[in-house]
Structures are given as C-alpha cells and as structure tokens.
Design a binder for this molecule. Sequence first.
Ligand SMILES: *[C@@H]1O[C@H](CO)[C@@H](O)[C@H](O)[C@H]1NC(C)=O
Ligand SMILES: *[C@@H]1O[C@H](CO)[C@@H](O)[C@H](O)[C@H]1NC(C)=O
Ligand SMILES: *[C@@H]1O[C@H](CO)[C@@H](O)[C@H](O)[C@H]1NC(C)=O
Ligand SMILES: *[C@@H]1O[C@H](CO)[C@@H](O)[C@H](O)[C@H]1NC(C)=O
Ligand SMILES: *[C@@H]1O[C@H](CO)[C@@H](O)[C@H](O)[C@H]1NC(C)=O
Ligand SMILES: *[C@@H]1O[C@H](CO)[C@@H](O)[C@H](O)[C@H]1NC(C)=O
Ligand SMILES: *[C@@H]1O[C@H](CO)[C@@H](O)[C@H](O)[C@H]1NC(C)=O
Ligand SMILES: *[C@@H]1O[C@H](CO)[C@@H](O)[C@H](O)[C@H]1NC(C)=O
Ligand SMILES: *[C@@H]1O[C@H](CO)[C@@H](O)[C@H](O)[C@H]1NC(C)=O
Ligand SMILES: *[C@@H]1O[C@H](CO)[C@@H](O)[C@H](O)[C@H]1NC(C)=O
Ligand SMILES: *[C@@H]1O[C@H](CO)[C@@H](O)[C@H](O)[C@H]1NC(C)=O
Length: 661
Amino acid sequence: MSSSFYAFLVLFLWNFLSDSQAFDCKEHVCEDNPEFTPSTLVVKYGKPAFATCEACKKGCQIGAFNIERSEGIVVEDSETKRTWRVTHITQWDKDPYCYNNLNGTFCCTTLDVTVYQPPQEVSIGFVNHTGPLMEGGRYTLQCAVQDVAPIKNLDVTFYKGQIYLGQGESKGQRESKTDQRTPVNESFFLSLTASKEHNGEFWCEATLLLGAEFPPVEKSQRLTATVYCEYVKNQIYGPKLDTSANQTSVTVNKGETLQLKCSAVGNPEPSYTWILPSSNNISHESVYMVKSVSSEHEGKYICCVSNIVRDVQITFNVKEHVCEDNPEFTPSTLVVKYGDPAFATCEACKKGCRSDVFDIEKSEGIVLKDGETKLTWNVTHITQWDKDPYCFNNLNGTFCCTTLDVTVYQPPQEVSIGFVSHTGPLMEGGRYTLQCAVQNVAPIKNLVVTFYKGQMTLDPQQFLTDHRTPVNKSFFLSLTAKEEFNGEEFWCEATLELGPGGPKPPPVVKSQRLTATVHYGPKLDTSANQTSVTVNEGETLQLNCSAVGNPEPSYTWILPFSNNISHESVYMVKSVSSEHEGNYICSVSNIVREEKITFNVKVNSHKINVLIACLVSLAVAILIIITFCVVYQRLKNKRTGNYNLKDVFRFRSRHFLVPAE
Ligand SMILES: *[C@@H]1O[C@H](CO)[C@@H](O)[C@H](O)[C@H]1NC(C)=O
Ligand SMILES: *[C@@H]1O[C@H](CO)[C@@H](O)[C@H](O)[C@H]1NC(C)=O
Ligand SMILES: *[C@@H]1O[C@H](CO)[C@@H](O)[C@H](O)[C@H]1NC(C)=O
Ligand SMILES: *[C@@H]1O[C@H](CO)[C@@H](O)[C@H](O)[C@H]1NC(C)=O
Ligand SMILES: *[C@@H]1O[C@H](CO)[C@@H](O)[C@H](O)[C@H]1NC(C)=O
Ligand SMILES: *[C@@H]1O[C@H](CO)[C@@H](O)[C@H](O)[C@H]1NC(C)=O
Ligand SMILES: *[C@@H]1O[C@H](CO)[C@@H](O)[C@H](O)[C@H]1NC(C)=O
Ligand SMILES: *[C@@H]1O[C@H](CO)[C@@H](O)[C@H](O)[C@H]1NC(C)=O
Ligand SMILES: *[C@@H]1O[C@H](CO)[C@@H](O)[C@H](O)[C@H]1NC(C)=O
Ligand SMILES: *[C@@H]1O[C@H](CO)[C@@H](O)[C@H](O)[C@H]1NC(C)=O
Ligand SMILES: *[C@@H]1O[C@H](CO)[C@@H](O)[C@H](O)[C@H]1NC(C)=O
C-alpha cells in the first residue's frame, strides 16, 4: 500500500471517528482485531468500570495502537496490552474502542458497554378516566416510567393484586424507537375490558433486564378500582356525591388556591351548575377553582348536580382566614451576611397567650422564652438561605402567623470581564459582546452590575429573579468597536444593593481591567484624494502621505517617472526636474483598509525662470542707468536753477518710462 494512501486512510478514519460515535468496528473485518477482556460490560451510571485490551496478537507497531475513549484513563499493562479505567461512568453512548494500525491496515474493536439507570419513578393510572369502571367498558391502563436507561432493556408488567395481567407496550416499541441509550420517560399501556374480577388494586412493575440474577425492579403505587356491574350500568340512577353532607365549611388563606369538588357519578352522566357568591357567572365544571383567593371570594357556593333521575345540591361556605392577633417581629426584617449571627424578638400574642399555643418555627438557631408572651430567636452563624423563621399563635382554634423577612446575602466572590467568543484585538466597526461574570452571589435580585469604559458608566443591569441561594450569573453588553476605544480600559462592577437594612456602603466587587486594542484603518490628514502641488525646478519636492492607523500602516508610492516603488511615508526628491512631473499615487494600507491619495505635481521649468530673471535684471539695469543720468543732469543744472530731492522723485514717478533726454 502506498504511503499516500495510508495517510489518506488514517486521516479519513480519524475524521470519521472523531465526527461520529456511531462508528462500528464490527463492520470492519481485519486479520488481527484487538480483543477486549471482558468483551462486554454492564455498568450502573456513576459506577466504576474497566476492561483490558490485547491490541495486536501478531505484534504491534510502536505508537500505532491504543484505546480511544471519551472518559476515563488508559493504563499501559505490557507491550501490547492496555487497560481502560473509569471511576464514575457518565457517558451513555460513547463506547471505547481499541485499535491497531499495522502496515497501514486499521483494525478496531468496540467494547460493548451498557450503562444503565433503574427507573426513578413508576406510576399507574387509567388513560382519560377517573372514577368507577363500568363492566364491559374498554379501559387502558398506563404505567409511566421515569428516567430509565437503556429503554430497550425495560420490561413492564401489569398486575391486579397477585394476578398477572400482561406486558405493557409502549409507543416507542411500536415505532421501533428503542435504540436510545440515555435515560427516557416512557409510558407503557395495557388495554382491558372491565369485569367484576377487576375490583381491587392495580399496579405495575418496571424491570431492567440486564442479564443479572437480581435485576433492578421498581413498583408503582396501587390503584384501587371499583367496577359497577352490568346491572347498574344499564340502570339509570341519580347523581351520587363523594360526600353525604350537603353543607361544607371551607376556610382559606388570602392568596391561596380555592378548590371546591362536586364530582359525582350517575347514569346518565350528571351535569353541574355552580351558583357563585361574587358574580352572576355560572360554571359547569365538576370542580370549581379560584387561583388566588381574596375577600371578595367569600360566601356561599352552591353546586347543583343533576341528571334525569334527580337533582342534588351541595353548599360550600367559603371564609377567608383572618387573624385578629398576628404575632409581631422586632425587627420585622433582617439583612444578614451568610455565616454571621442573627437575632430577632417576637411578641407572639398581644391579647394574651395560652402557654402551649405559641412558638417560633425555625430551621436553625435557638428560641428562648423571654417573658410571658415574648420569644427570641438567636442564631450564631446563619446558613439557611431561604428558610425564614415564623412566629405563630393558635388561640381558640384560629392559627395566626408572621414570617420574619430575612435576607441572607453573600457578596460576589469573583467578578471577571471578557469578550464573548473573542480574543485579541477588536476590528473597527465590529460588533462585540462584553461579558461580566459574577460568581457565587446572593440574593441575585439585589445585584446591580455596571459596565465601565475608563470612568464612563455604560449600562447598569439587574436580574430580577427571586432566587435566594448563591448563583453564578453573567451580564452582557454589546458594543461596536471604535477607533477611540483603542487603549481604553473596560471593567465591570458588581454591587449588592441591600436597602436601608443592609451594610453601608453596600458590598462592591470590581472586575479586572481589560485593555482594548482596536485595529482601525489608516486615517489621512486630508479627506481629499487629489492634491495639486507646484514646485520649481531644482527645488526639493516633498509629498507627505503620513497616516495614522492600527496596526501601523504601510505605504506604497507609484511614481510617474519610473517603475521604482517607494515605501516611505514621505516621498522626497532632492532636486526636481521636469521629468518629475505627473501623478504620484500613494496607497496607505493595513489589515483593516487601504486608502489612496494622488498628488498631481507640476514643475516650473528652470529655463523659463532664467529668461524671466534676465529680463528683470536687464530692466533694472536700464532703470538704474536712466536714474543715474537724470540725477547727474539735475545736479549739473543746480548751479543755474532751484530744485530739491523731492522734485527728483516727483519727476521720476511722472516720467518713469520716458527715455532720458
Ligand atoms: C508488515 O510489513 C513488514 C515488511 O514490510 C513484514 O515483515 C511484517 O510481517 C508485516 N506485518 C504484518 C502484521 O503484516
Ligand atoms: C385522552 O383525551 C384527550 C382529550 O380528550 C385526547 O386528545 C387523547 O387522545 C385521549 N387519549 C387517549 C389515549 O385516548
Ligand atoms: C422525566 O419526567 C420528569 C418529571 O416530569 C422530568 O423531571 C425529567 O426531566 C424527565 N426526563 C426525561 C429524560 O425527559
Ligand atoms: C340538606 O339540607 C337540607 C336543608 O337545606 C336538609 O333538610 C337535609 O336534611 C340535608 N341533607 C343532608 C344529607 O344533610
Ligand atoms: C365572569 O365570566 C367572564 C367571562 O368568562 C370573565 O371574564 C369574568 O372574569 C368572570 N367574573 C368572575 C367574577 O369570575
Ligand atoms: C445568642 O446566643 C449566643 C450563644 O448561644 C450568645 O453568646 C449570645 O449572647 C446570644 N445573643 C443574644 C443577642 O441573645
Ligand atoms: C377564646 O375563647 C375564650 C372562651 O372560650 C374567650 O374567653 C377568649 O376571649 C377567646 N380568646 C380570643 C383571643 O378570641
Ligand atoms: C460558580 O462557578 C464556580 C467556578 O466555575 C464554581 O466553583 C461554583 O460552584 C459555581 N457556583 C454555583 C452556585 O453554580
Ligand atoms: C476619490 O477619487 C475617486 C475617483 O478617483 C472619486 O470617485 C471619489 O469620490 C474621491 N473621494 C474623495 C473622498 O474625494
Ligand atoms: C507628515 O505629516 C504628518 C502629519 O500631518 C506630520 O506629523 C509629519 O511631521 C509630516 N512629515 C514631514 C516630513 O513633513
Ligand atoms: C530605481 O531603483 C534603483 C535601485 O534602487 C536605483 O538604482 C535607480 O536609480 C532608481 N531609479 C529611479 C528613477 O529612481
């Protein structure tokens, strides 16, 4: 086999094996297949397991064999033997496999591991039916099994008393969806036609068949069934209520659920009508319910149950529970750091207590009687997050109680900041999410997390959940990276705002500071991308293309007069000549962006300059001569006439270009 094919095969297999745990060594026939001892394992979830593999009976190539696994360790036993060991098995469906790779032939054997979990709960009931069974009626028993694995090894049996009724069948079985190895919830069903023999207790039993002598078994509760005989079934009869009383008193606390049951049996099936105290509404359910009771729900609820035979009435007198003498805590609320002491006093009954009917119910600490009606609750190290003590009295059969509102807090143990799924520099314009992770803080609803950029507050956030034990919680802030973020420090701060009863100042924990590096494109001094430059021949030409950017940009000049390329930020020609005329294109670029600027350079020719200079010199020379001649003439005339220097200038200005006389 060629080495390239070998490499391909190994690559292919590795990809295949790492992508898919469904890889089946059994489909792979080899001359020297590794061998596991034992070849199969049955292990309860969370328990230890081990197996030994003889990797290559005909001799191994060094480094070309091993046990692949998703958990546990592999120990070297000898030249060709490896042992796989796991102390707590947690992988339901990732069996280890042993392989060798001799002369380019890949051989492997999968260890057949069955990880099991006995059913956590088994319960029985009739599908869509409550109440007595009618003889001759078809009913379906349901056995619900919770969190069991593997489902294909589960066997469910139905019983009535000691009598075997039959095996349950599940939907999964009918649809052949039983290959799942992780725990599932599954219901098993058994249909029956009710007969007199079915009076009694039904139950079901879930057994995990794993080849063991004493397989794990879980039994359901017992379900009592009454079968009405054929005679009754064909007989019409009036509604029969569960209770014989036709007046019932119900007391319910404010905010609790009120549930009034009026269910009855009758033939034909009775109908229900409720007359309610608080409204003209009428309900036709067999059970009347109010989710959250308030005083308006007090009064008489009359349920009329009727069929063609007769009407039956039942009246419920509903009263809201009202306490006249509620106990009182001092202080009424406490804010305590976890592990610190706490102390409160309760005045149990202001109108006088009987010695045995008041107390403080608590889950920790001690309660001491402090006088006739006073109690004190004292705990040296508070450790219960959500079990508030309550003080009660029970006078003349009326139970009154008051809960002490205790806030047990714990300042954040660690606060850290970072970018979500991102390391390294930010790109200008990119969207990033900052994460502020707060560890082990309680109660979370009192936590305020604030993000900062330098000294600037970005976005205070709160998570209003009524969870009282410590939690880990992350807060997020999205932002678009800008050039000015470069070098800025980002950080976050977690503050436990515990209100007036809390510590002052409130506990604050700051995260580390995260310095942002932002990569941004080159920024040129000018926004124009065309610039005209005029320069005289022989002078120095300097074109400045300097730009700022992160990372530092690089420069490329395309010159008009040669194929040479320059990489300076400033392009310079010491002494310009006409050949340097033209367009200079400077490209400035970094990993973010490229900018271009074109300098249009014009050169004023030297020859023309010389010509102009000569002409100017000539004119000046002539002027000087003329002036000299005029002055000389006037000086000569001084002896005969009167004149001063002012006149000379006046004359000059008037007759500037007049040739000399
Ligand atoms: C592997 O190849 C070598 C020579 O290339 C040969 O001697 C050896 O027997 C081969 N081993 C197996 C297991 O085929
Ligand atoms: C039970 O009743 C519901 C609604 O009445 C129905 O959708 C469901 O199919 C019934 N189940 C069985 C097993 O008959
Ligand atoms: C099974 O049902 C229980 C109770 O409804 C639930 O807590 C559990 O998560 C379920 N398990 C699976 C595997 O669906
Ligand atoms: C039900 O109440 C009526 C009066 O409304 C009374 O005559 C009757 O005896 C009561 N029946 C029972 C079973 O309590
Ligand atoms: C009466 O019934 C109407 C409609 O079902 C409902 O919106 C209203 O809340 C009911 N009133 C009371 C007091 O239950
Ligand atoms: C609470 O109890 C501890 C010991 O049990 C005691 O030392 C402390 O003084 C008590 N505190 C109060 C306020 O009674
Ligand atoms: C409890 O009942 C007794 C008599 O039965 C009465 O004297 C007393 O006032 C009642 N107490 C309260 C708090 O209602
Ligand atoms: C919070 O996270 C830390 C570190 O990952 C961990 O040790 C701790 O148990 C977690 N606490 C909670 C309440 O999940
Ligand atoms: C730059 O030049 C191009 C043509 O070369 C033109 O389309 C563009 O608008 C110019 N941009 C600026 C900022 O002057
Ligand atoms: C080029 O321009 C930059 C920015 O305006 C300036 O800092 C630099 O000194 C200039 N270089 C030269 C050689 O003029
Ligand atoms: C181009 O570059 C070469 C080598 O650096 C140099 O000798 C030559 O003078 C350059 N030509 C121009 C026109 O600048």
